[in-house]
Write a protein that binds this ligand. Sequence first.
Ligand code: FES
Length: 234
Amino acid sequence: MAAQKSATPSPGAQAVAAGEWAGKSQAMFERMLQEVPDALRGIFREKLMQVLKQKAKGGPAAESHVTEIVHEMVPEPFKSNILKAFTTMGDIDMKVVEEIIKNNPGGQETVISILHAIQAKCGYLPQEALILVSQKKDIFLSNLYRLATSYTAFRIKPLKKYAVTVCNGTGCHVKAGGQILKELEKKVSGNGSQITLEKVRCLGCCDMSPAIMINGELYGGAQAQARIAEILHE
Ligand code: FES
């Protein structure tokens, strides 16, 4: 009898096992596990999942359940790291990310397309989205980060108010582009800058030099300089 009873998962266990995660709970759970060394992660995942199922008591795993586990079971300094990471996790709709992954069936060869699609939807690659891709496509999170940070097409932080791309090609550089870039770099290095700065070798409109792009709009010559001056003085 006892053996039969333990073989039947509780409704809570079924809920979590079936993937019912409320809000960012799944991403938070995975973030918590990131503090555990790779070799021990499987064991910890199983143990913590059991605790989570008990806390869920038949419902979906909630964000508060994961936070409770961190408070109750994780020692310092890992606890502080994890709680801090929770507060900076973006409010992205993970259902959108799940849908993107579902629409890209296959193995690790689909990862680049998935990352492009996530960035198109979210504007960047949020950590919780990378964690989910890492799980679903069975790829180390560290490899995904390497990928996301080595391609200029990807960004792992949300864009600020102004996404400024400055052409640093020779034609633009000698026609005030170099000066614009210098001033922007100085501004960006200060606190509270609202500028995400990127430099490229050519924007494909050399007759407009100095050429810049602000939030997807192209500016050239005196117009570019005037627009940058406005932004710098905000
Ligand atoms: S060199 Fe600047 S747009 Fe081509």
